[in-house]
Write a protein of this length. Structure first.
Ligand code: PSV
Ligand code: MN
Length: 388
């Protein structure tokens, strides 16, 4: 039997972190389409993020990307977030958009460039000190395009050395979250291509280093829930960057391409204690809304995570264990599928109403007047964009 009260308790306290960059313009290398009303700076981005929280009630934190969200005074930004009812969250470093980093950042063969990359990472820790952020998320575009271009092992040595320097700079309550990615922008070798490489470096670094699983960063067909189960067992899953992909790192709305995969991932999270009160997993979105409106895109994504989580929590674990123990393959699978096939939308709507929220966040936002207001107000200036 599933304890429905226990399920709703978990859903009530679920928290999903939003990426500031999802509110800016984005696109592909072919075209970035500008949308009316897009924020011009970090303050307007957090105002938009606050809208997502206002209508979903579960997204009170927004992650920053430095230098995209650089401001003169982060305490002022943090105070502005607080006034809007949200907080600043993970700090994402950016050592992939400076000409100097063409051949790598902390793995670059040139010590001057390695130093420059490290200085940026230290600056990010300084930002964390001001914002009170717990997590520093590191993703390196470092890698090579051609066999022979650089020494693979030497690059791993430089990576380990750079990570160590950052790790040693962390405060007691801060964490280093290392994200991996199979390919892109490098096409022959990436220096952190997979969870195993990230895990090995994190193990070497120590307990404050954990792995980030970006759901778009794997080869097609990869069993992501296995990776999640393994990392959770090892206590090394630090964060998710949720998004969907059909082909490569598409950064589409989470749960849009393969909701069943999201359910399978969240089932592993749920059964390994990842939804417990003291969970230290950061459930983040990392998406770009290239052709759809951004705030509703984020609201829909948050709802998709909620729906998949609700289904994962509805699995009858006793029945599942009994079927597994009895070697009842079809029975066990049926228990899982029963939960997946449950329509959890009424349950979530009820939970929202109970919390004083509109049961339909998409409709409530559409009616709010905010979309028209930002289009009217945000005239002139430079719209924020992926890379600006
Ligand atoms: C890289 O593809 C990535 O997933 C990293 O998390 C970056 O910080 C983010 O995208 C930027 O959009
Ligand atoms: Mn990511």
């Amino acid at each position: 039997m599933v304890d429905r009260e226990a399920v709703t308790t978990v859903l009530r306290r679920q928290r999903i972190e939003l990426p500031s960059w999802a509110f800016g313009n984005s696109g592909t290398r072919f075209k970035v389409f500008a949308q009316a009303g897009v924020p011009r700076d970090a303050f307007e981005k957090i105002a938009d993020a606050a809208q997502v929280h206002r209508y979903t009630g579960v997204a009170p934190r927004v992650a920053l990307h430095i230098p995209w969200d650089k401001v003169d005074d982060y305490a002022v930004l943090a105070a502005a977030a607080k006034d809007l009812g949200i907080e600043l969250g993970t700090i994402n470093a950016n050592v992939f958009q400076d000409d100097d980093f063409m051949l790598g950042s902390i793995t670059n063969p040139d010590p001057r460039i390695r130093r420059k990359a490290l200085d940026h990472l230290f600056e990010c820790v300084d930002v964390m000190d001001q914002t009170g952020s717990r997590d520093l998320k590191l993703w390196f575009s470092d890698g090579t395009n051609y066999p022979g271009q650089d020494n693979i092992r030497a690059r791993q040595d430089r990576l380990a050395e750079g990570l160590r320097a950052v790790y040693d700079r962390l405060g007691e309550h801060q964490r280093l979250i290392l994200e991996y990615k199979l390919f892109e922008p490098a096409f022959y070798t990436m220096d952190v291509p997979d969870w195993g490489t990230s895990y090995a470096h994190c193990l070497e670094l120590g307990p404050q280093a954990k792995v980030c699983v970006d759901t778009g960063h794997h080869a097609p067909g990869t069993n992501i829930e296995f990776i999640v189960a393994f990392l959770m067992r090892a206590g090394k899953l630090g964060a998710f960057d949720f998004n969907s992909r059909f082909y490569a790192d598409d950064d589409l709305m989470v749960g849009s391409a393969d909701p069943f995969q999201l359910f399978r991932i969240l089932f592993e999270v749920a059964t390994a204690g990842g939804f417990d009160v003291d969970t230290d997993i950061a459930f983040m979105l990392d998406q770009c809304h290239n052709i759809e409106p951004k705030i509703p895109g984020q609201i829909r994504s948050v709802m998709n995570v909620q729906e998949a989580s609700a289904k994962a929590l509805l699995v009858d674990l006793d029945a599942l264990a009994a079927a597994q123990q009895a070697g009842d393959v079809l029975g066990a699978n049926a228990v899982l599928m029963d939960a997946y096939n449950t329509d959890v939308r009424p349950l979530l709507a009820e939970l929202r109403s109970e919390q004083g929220l509109d049961p339909n966040p998409m409709a409530a936002y559409a009616r709010s007047g905010y979309p028209e207001r930002i289009v009217a107000d945000r005239v002139g200036g430079q719209q924020a964009g992926w890379g600006a």
